[in-house]
Design a protein around this ligand. Structure first.
Ligand code: ADA
Length: 553
């Protein structure tokens, strides 16, 4: 399942979930069939496989048409071919991409995807890290029939102005042909009908048509009442509807006022979790039912937000957050990259592509209230600052409706705090040091007020400690559930009662697998990051009740 709702009533659209043929470099003479979406690590022969493999699927095309292939996530590098001809290359497991194949005749055809999850200089973002880079077609794949002129995407921006709701709708038409085409464009949203009777789609490019108008009698999207509206766009030529696209949007306003995050005019305190896309039995390819389980557990504990650490999430999960009223901090793909990592010749382009794709595809989700970048990267260096600055500017050029932030650990030396709208720090008082939560925060906050981050809202974007599920120890030794609960208790007690803090994200929701290579194994018992409030099977640790005590006060 790609989305929680039908995206088309007109366009022929088929999800290619199911069994694909697979041949790996590891066993070149053996042909497997693997489920898509899934991580190849789910198969006993590939539990720790870091390498390459080719997925193949035979498809039957029912009419002469243009084919549009949609990949929601391939981990981590993909080369796509259609009948043996390469049609797309993509890097990054966490963002979608498409491929167009023109003038396909009806009949049998073959899609193949070369997948690579190896670490090398070619991969600046997927590196040995405190999470696991899986392999495979780990998110859904779809095949569509599109005419020469089709609806590429729609962006909707809700605007509250002088107490009235307005909406800016940008409808993007792609013309695959080499001559201009004029179509009739129609979109409906709430009780409004947008009509552009002569929309001229320029050849070999995408043309955007913009409408901005007032919407009356709107119900606002909020955590308590996450009201969603269906936005439907169609295009017609010679009176025949030739294509359509459906999306869901919400009317809500997110703003920064002083040191507060303000949602729909009211101060909003973030009570959140950091959540990796990782589950014991399926790795990163989490199906709908397990996504729902995660969100229901978070809601049961009183949370109202999730941070997609440290990469854009599966859009199906964002659909669930839209429906359940869980606000989201979504961030581009980066974790703990030092300056040498950021100087990888591929780093800036791979970050740019990730941001472009994250915002292009996730723009309409009302649940996303914050865009983040570069978790714990080199924000203490001048060269790093130039890259932070460029990425903030890139996001602002794509979306001015949401505040920006970046989770830092460059204590007392971060030189980028003037750049974001919200200052965020990962502070592990009581786990990586013996600091007291209150005195350490007061010291850090006082220093921040001497920087460009002065007076800005502050989020504690990570805090917590590790516990091995089932390790109970009245002495509260480290790695016991008691110690973790104690750290969470002290942290929430302080941060949730400090007016200078506008939100908290616990590190982390669930235990997750980490890379076995390099030194991570030394600090990561079970080759896992064990700071989850629940373990990798979502079994609650003692700290779960501690969180509930504070989040539900
Ligand atoms: C950092 C990092 C997290 C995780 C955490 C930890 O803050 O942002 O991804 O690695 O440390 O568990 O130490």
């Amino acid at each position: 399942m790609i989305r929680l709702f039908e995206r088309h009533n007109v366009r022929v659209y088929r999800e290619l979930d199911g069994m694909w043929s697979f041949v790996s470099e590891k066993y070149p003479s053996k042909c497997y069939t693997l489920p898509v979406p899934s991580a190849w690590e789910q198969h006993p022969d590939f539990l720790t496989y870091r390498g390459k493999g080719i997925y193949t699927k035979k498809v039957n095309v029912k009419e002469n048409t243009n084919i549009r292939l949609v990949f929601k996530g391939v981990s981590h590098t993909a080369d796509v071919a259609f009948d043996g001809v390469r049609v797309a290359h993509h890097y990054n497991a966490y963002t979608p991409f498409t491929a167009i194949v023109r003038n396909v005749n009806s009949g049998a055809h073959t899609i193949s995807v070369d997948v690579d999850n190896t670490f090398s200089e070619a991969s600046a973002l997927h590196i040995p890290n405190d999470y696991y880079t899986y392999g495979g077609l780990t998110r859904p794949v779809a095949m569509e029939y599109v005419p020469d002129v089709y609806i590429e995407n729609i962006h909707f921006t809700p605007i509250l102005r002088d107490g009235k709701w307005y909406g800016k709708t940008e409808i993007k038409l792609t013309n695959l042909g080499d001559k201009p085409e004029t179509v009739s464009l129609c979109a409906t949203l709430a009780d409004e009908r947008i009509l552009i009777p002569k929309a001229k789609a320029e050849p070999n490019t995408t043309t955007t048509f913009t409408d901005e108008r007032e919407y009356e009698n709107i119900t606002v999207w909020s955590c308590e009442n996450p009201k969603l509206y269906t936005l439907t766009a169609t295009i017609s030529q010679n009176g025949v509807v030739t294509d359509d696209l459906i999306d869901r949007v919400g009317f809500r306003k997110i703003e920064i006022i002083g040191k507060d995050i303000v949602l729909n005019g009211e101060r909003f305190f973030i009570k959140g979790y950091n959540r990796h896309e990782d589950y014991a039995t399926v790795g990163c390819a989490i199906p709908l039912q397990l996504m729902v389980k995660d969100l229901e557990l978070m809601i049961e504990s009183g949370a109202n937000s999730v941070r997609t650490c440290h990469y854009p999430n599966d859009e199906l999960f964002l659909d669930l957050c839209d429906e359940k009223g869980i606000v989201v901090w979504e961030e581009n793909h980066a974790r703990g990259l030092y300056l040498p990592d950021m100087q990888n010749p591929n780093f800036e382009r791979q970050c740019k592509d990730c941001i472009d794709e994250m915002i292009e595809y996730h723009y309409n989700h009302p649940s996303i209230i914050i865009w983040g970048i570069l978790n714990e990267c080199a924000s203490e260096t001048e060269e790093g600052r130039e890259m932070y600055k460029k990425q903030y500017e890139q996001i602002r050029s794509l979306d001015t409706s949401r505040p920006l932030t970046s989770a830092s650990c460059r204590y007392y030396k971060d030189i980028c705090l003037d750049l974001p709208d919200i200052v965020s720090f990962n502070i592990y008082s009581g786990w990586y040091d013996t600091n007291k939560v209150d005195t350490e925060f007061e010291k850090q906050y006082a220093w921040i007020q001497t920087t460009g981050g002065a007076g800005k809202p502050m989020i504690i974007s990570e805090f917590g400690g590790a516990a091995i599920y089932g390790f109970r120890e009245p002495t509260h030794v480290k790695w016991s559930e008691e110690r973790q609960a104690q750290i969470i208790d002290e942290s929430l007690e302080y941060y949730m009662n400090t007016p200078d803090v506008c939100g908290v994200y616990i590190w982390q929701f669930a235990d997750c697998r980490v890379t076995d290579e390099s030194w991570w194994y030394q600090q990561r018992a079970r080759t896992r990051n064990n700071k989850g409030i629940v373990d990798e099977y979502r079994r609650p640790k003692l700290a779960f009740e501690t969180v509930k005590k504070h989040f539900k006060k």
